[in-house]
Design a protein around this ligand. Structure first.
Ligand code: KIV
Length: 272
C-alpha cells in the first residue's frame, strides 16, 4: 500500500499544493550527497532539502554562515543526480541574497543552472520580499523560511524558540502572508510555538513545513543526520531519532580495524 494519497511520478510544487488541499502531510528531509539522497528518494520522501545545514553537518562549521554558493552548488548537483521522484530544494547561503535583488537573482540562477534543482529556499520576511518577487518572476520557485533563521544567529544570540512573544508572533504572521503574496510556493517554520505554527498553516493557502513547530503544519522536515543519530551531540526536544547510526557505524569501523589488524580480512573468498 502506498503512503501517498496524491500520486506523482515526480513531485512538483503543484503536487505539494495538491497534498495540502487534500490534507496529505508533506515529508521533507535534508541531503547533501548522492548516496544519502538516493536512499531518501527511494524511501518516497516528497522533498529533499539541500540545506545550508551542510555547513554544520558536512563541513564542521559552528554555524551555517561560512558555507559558500559554490559549496551549495556542489552538494545540490550531487543530490539532484540521485533523485527520480523527490522535489529538490537548495538553500541559498548567507550573503548571496541579502544585499540587493539582482545579486539574489544571479545567485538563484547559478543554483538552478548548475545543480538542476527544482527550487531555492531563502530565510527572512519583509526584508527579502523584493528578491523573492524577482526570483519568482524569473520562473524560479521559492520556499520561504521564518521563525528561527540560523543565518541570523548572531542577531538572536541564541537558538531558543522564536515568536513566543505577541509582537514577534504578529510580525511572523505578517511576513508569512507577504511571502505568500510575493509568490513563495511553501514556507518552512522553524522552532516556534505549535499553536502559532498551526494558525499560520491554516491562514496560508500554500503548504507550511515545520521543524520544531508542532503537529499542525502541512508537513515536517528534519536534518537527516540528526534523525538517524549520526551526530549525537545535537538533541533538541523536537528531534525524534529513528536510528542510532553513530553506534552502528562506529562498531562496523572498529570491527573492520580488528579484522585488518588480525589478518582476518580479506579472506580467501574475498581475494582473487
Ligand atoms: O538548512 C537546513 O537544514 C534547514 C532546515 C533545518 C529546514 O534549513
Amino acid at each position: 500500500m502506498s503512503i501517498h494519497k496524491v500520486q506523482a511520478k515526480r513531485v512538483t510544487t503543484h503536487t505539494l499544493q495538491e497534498m495540502k488541499n487534500v490534507g496529505e502531510k508533506i515529508t521533507m528531509l535534508t541531503a547533501y550527497d548522492y548516496s544519502f539522497a538516493r536512499i531518501i528518494d527511494d524511501a518516497g520522501i516528497d522533498v529533499i532539502l539541500v540545506g545550508d545545514s551542510a555547513s554544520n553537518v558536512m563541513h564542521g562549521h559552528e554555524t551555517t554562515l561560512p558555507i559558500t554558493l559554490q559549496q551549495m552548488i556542489d552538494h545540490g548537483a550531487a543530490v539532484v543526480k540521485a533523485c527520480k521522484r523527490a522535489l529538490v530544494v537548495v538553500d541559498m547561503p548567507f550573503g548571496t541574497y541579502q544585499g540587493d535583488s539582482l545579486n539574489a537573482l544571479q545567485s538563484s540562477i547559478r543554483i538552478m543552472k548548475e545543480t538542476g534543482a527544482h527550487a531555492v529556499k531563502m530565510e527572512g520576511g519583509e526584508f527579502i520580499l523584493e528578491s523573492v518577487s524577482r526570483i519568482v518572476n524569473a520562473g524560479i520557485p521559492v520556499m520561504g523560511h521564518l521563525g528561527l533563521m540560523p543565518q541570523s544567529i548572531y542577531k538572536y544570540g541564541t537558538y531558543v524558540v522564536r515568536a513566543k512573544e505577541e509582537l514577534e508572533a504578529e510580525q511572523l504572521k505578517k511576513d508569512a502572508i507577504k511571502l505568500q503574496e510575493a509568490g513563495c510556493f511553501a514556507i518552512v517554520l522553524e522552532k516556534i510555538p505549535a499553536k502559532l505554527a498551526k494558525e499560520v498553516s491554516m491562514m496560508l493557502h500554500i503548504p507550511v513545513i515545520g521543524i520544531g513547530a508542532g503537529n499542525g503544519c502541512d508537513g515536517q522536515v528534519l536534518v537527516t543526520q540528526d534523525m538517524l543519530g549520526i551526530l549525537k551531540d545535537f538533541s533538541p526536544r523536537f528531534l525524534r531519532r529513528y536510528a542510532n547510526l553513530y553506534e552502528v557505524m562506529k562498531k562496523a569501523f572498529e570491527q573492520y580495524a580488528v579484522d585488518v589488524k588480525t589478518g582476518d580480512f580479506p579472506n580467501e573468498k574475498e581475494s582473487y
